[in-house]
Design a protein around this ligand. Structure first.
Ligand code: 0RA
Length: 643
């Protein structure tokens, strides 16, 4: 299946005008890869895989493909094989080249032309396979079609051979295999993140019912995952609810198709207080929602209120349930597919198409009213849950009014424990949230008071997963954090008022420290996700050991570093000291290792996948103690390095 592609050589000499255009296109991609794939780091590297897999997913959505296999080889080259129709080998009318060569060398030509019905195309940005080709030192393609096997090879986007027949296959054996080696002169890394890719492939499989996605990682020890969901997004919703108690046995499922678009929604209530909603347009996650989400929410609120009135659960002078009320405990997946999605907003993660709102609204409205009529006991449970939410919201509002009247949550009334900095530009300011008064004392002495503020927390903060909004505000540690941040809270939260560009959680490098860190992460994740999403939250890394050799001191941040160090320095005259807590370091040491921007190591907290995070927090905060203990001691934290 995999062949080794040859090295780059000079392109053929008989240029045509089309040829020159193609070469210029590929050259533009190589000059500014970021314009086409976002970046040349790991994310960009992953992007290559998604571009190619998206073509196979398109083929599956069109009903021609039910299996795609992705293999990462030990050297970082990748093969994507599908059993679709195979890229057509015939001449493409516009380019005069084979369709294969057109798809692989002409920008924006991936699966977007050709006929029949409304054509849905996945693709993160739909730049196509030609971009992957341009950024690969070698690519080879194999197509099986009409009983023949065809192959062609490329180097940095330039064909090295003609598309030629290279054998026979069974008449019904069709498909495309694309193998490429990313150009190491373009990419900063050839290291793929298995878990991140798994996450996306799982998501693709949920959203493309009936498609088997097999992912093989041949690097290192090797690893393999396969995803196939017969019930598509219904399975997705069951998965979202699997650690929760559902209010009804099966997700409510809505599916509706018109000439130009399809709508699929699945949702199921659970006993929790949170809302999980994932929305997609053409298999692309729309983090900022958009018209499909608005349509869904409008229908949900309207239909539940209508039903509650008709069934006399809501009395004449009861106020309507609000959108927030009816979404408490909701797990929902919305997937729309349309031929010309408009992605809006700065990050292009919101669906614009206005016509989709009405389409989703009427489809969900009809299906939900029918479900409620047919299942009055389910209807009753959902509405009771919403009524409880309404009452809790009222209690929370009162609690907040009370503290707000006292000015407790306002920046003008900073907590007494906070040692603030003198800098006034929030961008430059850093807030260190430190565990315990003694560590707080060291940090206050060690910091650069111009731009580093310190807020010590006393003991453990409460377990936020189990707490509701009103309970949160009764906790002094939480109130101190909110006040110091200056953003307000709940419905009044405003990220633009954040007083610090970096918020750094600094806890001891032990199990207690890990626990407090997790509680803080949970707090931010649940109640101020914007702080994480905007990249403001960090974790400090104090060292575990200092090793002194003569006049040189080396800081070691974990046991692996210690082992490495002693592998290289087995001589005598080395003294090692283990730090148990931040409080054991003197101010100078703490500055050197943990606070000084020149030396310190900060981990930026990224909720690169809310689903993973949700699971993490459920494991950590759920009622079962054993998995939590295990998790804390093995993983401690999920964050990426940012030095
Ligand atoms: C039909 C037509 C075209 C391409 C494909 C199918 C196709 C492309 C890929 C890429 C990977 N696997 C594939 N399987 C099928 C040509 C473009 C068009 O006319 O739409």
């Amino acid at each position: 299946m995999t062949t080794t592609a040859p090295r780059a050589s000079k392109p053929a000499s008989n240029y045509t005008a089309d040829n020159i255009q193609v070469l210029e296109g590929l050259e533009a991609v190589r000059r500014r890869p970021g314009m086409y794939i976002g970046s040349t780091d790991q994310r960009g590297l992953h992007h290559l895989i998604f571009e190619i897999v998206d073509n196979a997913v398109d083929e599956a959505m069109a009903g021609y493909c039910d299996k795609v296999i992705i293999t990462i080889h030990p050297e970082g080259d990748v093969t994507v094989a599908d059993n679709g129709r195979g890229i057509p080998v015939g001449k493409h009318s516009k380019t005069g080249l084979s369709a294969v060569e057109t798809v692989l060398t002409v920008l924006h030509a991936g699966g977007k032309f050709g006929g029949g019905g409304y054509k849905v195309s996945g693709g993160l940005h739909g730049v196509g396979a030609s971009v992957v080709n341009a950024l690969s030192e070698a690519m080879d393609v194999e197509v099986r079609q009409d009983g023949a096997r065809w192959t062609q090879t490329y180097a940095r986007g330039v064909p090295q051979t003609e598309l030629k027949k290279s054998g026979k296959v069974a008449k019904d054996d069709t498909g495309t295999i694309i193998h490429w080696a990313p150009d190491p002169t373009v990419f900063e890394t050839l290291d793929y993140d298995f878990d991140m890719l798994v996450q996306r492939f799982r998501e693709m499989a949920y959203l493309t019912r009936g498609l088997m996605i097999q992912f093989i990682d041949e690097r290192g020890e090797g690893n393999e995952r396969s995803f196939y969901f017969d019930s598509g997004i219904q399975a997705f919703v069951r998965q979202l609810n699997r650690t929760k108690n559902p209010l009804h046995a099966d997700p409510i499922y809505v599916s509706h198709e018109t000439e130009d678009a399809s709508v699929e929604v699945a949702f199921q209530y659970n006993e929790s207080f949170g809302e999980i909603l994932y929305s997609f347009a053409n298999v692309i996650k729309t983090i900022d929602g958009g018209s499909h989400v608005t349509g869904f929410r409008t229908a949900l609120t309207r239909v539940l209120n209508d039903y509650a009135r008709k069934a006399k659960i809501l009395k004449d002078n009861d106020p309507n349930l609000t959108g927030d009320d009816v979404r408490e405990g909701l797990a929902c997946v919305i997937s729309v597919k349309l031929s010309e999605p408009q992605f809006e907003g700065q990050t292009k993660t919101r669906l614009g198409n206005p016509e989709i709102k009405g389409l989703v609204e009427s489809a969900v409205g009809n299906a939900l009213s029918q479900t409620l009529e047919e299942n009055p006991s389910i209807a009753r449970r959902i509405i009771d849950k919403s009524l409880t939410a309404a009452r809790a919201r009222e209690a929370a509002r009162k609690a907040r009014d009370l503290v707000q009247r006292k000015g407790v949550l306002e920046g003008s009334n900073l907590p007494g424990k906070l040692a603030d900095c003198s800098e006034t530009d929030p961008e430059k300011c850093e807030l260190y949230i430190v565990e315990g008064d003694s560590a707080g004392g060291s940090a206050k002495a060690a910091r650069d008071r111009r731009n580093q503020a310190v807020l010590p927390l006393r003991g453990k903060i409460l377990n936020v997963e189990k707490s509701r909004l009103d309970k949160m505000l009764e906790n002094e540690q939480i109130r101190n954090i909110i006040t110091a941040l200056g953003t307000g809270f709940g419905e009044d939260f405003d990220i633009s008022k954040l007083r610090y560009g970096k918020i750094v959680i600094m806890t001891d490098a032990d199990v207690d420290g890990a626990h407090i860190r997790t509680l803080l992460l949970t707090f931010f994740y649940r109640f101020m996700p914007e702080v994480i999403e905007h990249g403001h939250l960090f974790i400090a890394q104090p060292p575990l050991y200092s090793v002194t050799r003569g006049r040189n001191t080396t800081w070691l941040f974990d046991d692996r570093a210690r082992e490495e160090y002693f592998k290289d320095h087995s001589d005598k005259g080395v003294s090692i000291q283990r730090y148990k807590g931040l409080g054991e370091m003197n101010a100078e040491q703490l500055w050197d290792t943990t606070l000084n921007p020149e030396n310190r190591m900060l981990l930026r907290v990224e909720v690169y996948d809310a689903e993973v995070a949700d699971e993490l927090f459920n494991t950590l905060m759920g009622d079962e103690v054993a998995p939590r203990k295990k998790f804390i001691t093995t993983h401690a934290l999920e964050a990426r390095l940012d030095i």
